[in-house]
Design a binder for this molecule. Structure first.
Ligand code: MG
Length: 160
């Protein structure tokens, strides 16, 4: 009746890119490097969703060698994942995302992030959690070389 999924992603911070997290453009001196918009939080969430149903990961579904996904809006990719036939039989009970970033402050953007995800997933906002942490200046996140995100989702079988 239930399936659980976990996802993890990392993208490198670089100059000359927008910083987009959960579909929200966050003012910052640098953004995340990637073939798509590099929305690391949504990438982790998509992999959690796919993992819950033991489907292909996003690297396989949306290969970074495919020019169709250059600069792609990850929120659109998220909707595309949810439109995959296996998801017809499942509803999301809740999802929980943790963003690891030394800077900038994520907290002020949480309401917009949760709202965005809730809309894309057709869920009430209280089923969508977005949290953030620094790594106390430790590791690649602490050195501001990149931002990491992890996500977990719980799926519940739709009873007919
Ligand atoms: Mg990624």
């Amino acid at each position: 009746m239930f399936r659980i999924g976990e996802g993890y992603d990392v993208h490198r911070l670089t100059e000359g890119r927008d910083l987009i997290l959960c579909g929200v453009k966050i003012p910052h001196s640098r953004g995340l490097l990637g073939h798509s918009d590099a929305d690391v939080a949504v990438h982790a969430l998509m992999d959690a969703l796919l993992g819950a149903l033991a489907l292909d990961d996003i690297g396989t579904l949306f290969p970074d060698t495919d020019p169709a996904y250059a600069g792609a809006d990850s929120m659109i990719l998220l909707r595309r994942v949810m439109a995959l036939p296996p998801f017809r039989e499942w509803k999301i009970a809740n999802c929980d995302i943790t963003i690891e970033a030394q800077r900038p402050k994520i907290m002020p953007h949480r309401p917009a992030m949760r709202h965005n995800l809730a809309q894309a997933l057709e869920l009430p906002v209280d089923a969508v959690s977005v949290k953030a942490t620094t790594t106390e200046k430790l590791g690649f996140v602490g050195r501001e070389e990149g931002i990491a995100a992890r996500a977990v989702v719980l799926l519940k079988k739709i009873s007919r």
